[in-house]
Design a protein around this ligand. Structure first.
Ligand code: C2E
Ligand code: CA
Ligand code: CA
Ligand code: CA
Length: 278
């Protein structure tokens, strides 16, 4: 960056403008994306390390922009949250994922849960529990085949979070704590909240075979989950060595590129669902 007075400032300022413009543009496009069917869901399998069977799939949102190609949820979910579009998008993902799972059940007798990510805003919507209930009724998916992924950072208001989680759990759905270890919440939350599953964040799994600290942290999380009778899944597993270590250390399940990236529903059917009659 040039630092010669006026020019330096101008350079910075035009960059900033560009950034703002880009966001305004994306926001307008995102409004249209819903109507124009540009949103889609990819599914990533979760594998049990004992049986090596698929025990669930996570629904991950994609935006196929007409000019810019695939845009990452890390970029457009924050925009959707700021603009309130998350209401509509969140409900769409939930309905679509439940509908897909119901179809797989009817077509292939494939009885595994689908996990759907909740955003912070969605979690705090007054109508969340009602929405989830309505969508389950509408799609006729049994609640035990829906899992919602929440994060520690949503749980700031303990009393309120506790209330929402009990209501959700009361519907008969499962709850998992996503990105575990990256937030600031106290471990006692785990005892307080009706959480069924802990997802160890990818940042701890990355260097598990080389970094002693990461290994110690992951081993501790696994032991804690086992003791609390929660299931535990490692995210972002990419190598055989990581799988080996996780197996030896009592991790239940894994999710990651080693087995499969998130892929379209049709690919899940082609690669992972064995037809009963062929
Ligand atoms: P997340 O919930 O932690 O999802 C896991 C992310 O890790 C996904 O990125 C997935 O593609 C990626 N991943 C999985 N296995 C591996 C691996 O082995 N290596 C590496 N490097 N990455 C792996 P993705 O799909 O880009 O999603 C990013 C984030 O966007 C998600 O993180 C989640 O926070 C958010 N997101 C995605 N879909 C939704 C949605 O429908 N609603 C909401 N509210 N957020 C969503
Ligand atoms: Ca997730
Ligand atoms: Ca995660
Ligand atoms: Ca994440």
């Amino acid at each position: 960056v040039k630092r010669n007075g006026k020019n330096g400032f101008q350079y910075y300022s035009s960059q900033l403008d560009e950034h703002v413009m880009e966001k305004v543009e994306l926001e307008a496009d995102l409004r249209k994306a819903i109507i124009q069917n540009e949103l889609l869901i990819h599914y990533q399998p979760q594998i049990n390390l004992r049986t090596m069977q698929i025990i669930g799939v996570e629904a991950l949102l994609r935006w196929k922009h007409s000019k810019k190609g695939i845009i990452s949820p890390e970029i457009f979910i924050p925009i959707a949250e700021e603009t309130g579009l998350i209401d509509e998008i969140g409900a769409w993902v939930l309905r679509e994922a439940c509908f897909q799972m119901k179809q797989w059940q009817q077509q292939y007798y494939w009885n595994i849960p689908v996990s759907v990510n909740l955003s912070t805003q969605q979690f705090h919507q007054k109508h969340l529990v009602k929405d989830v209930e309505n969508i389950l009724n509408e799609t006729r998916l049994s609640p035990k085949f829906l899992e919602l992924e929440i994060t520690e950072s949503m749980m700031m208001d303990v009393a309120r979070s506790s209330q929402i989680l009990s209501e959700l759990s009361g519907l008969g759905i499962r709850l998992s704590m996503d990105d575990f270890g990256t937030g600031y919440s106290s471990l006692s939350y785990l005892k307080l909240f009706p959480i069924h599953k802990i997802k160890i964040d990818r940042s701890f799994i990355n260097d598990i075979t080389t970094n002693d600290e990461d290994r110690a942290i992951v081993a501790t999380i696994i032991t804690m989950a086992n003791n609390l009778k929660m299931s535990v899944i490692a995210e972002g597993v990419e190598t055989k060595e990581q799988i080996q270590w996780l197996m030896e250390n009592g991790c239940d399940d894994i999710q990651g590129y080693y087995f499969s990236k998130p892929i379209p529903a049709s690919e899940i059917e082609r690669l992972f669902i064995v037809p009963l009659i062929s």
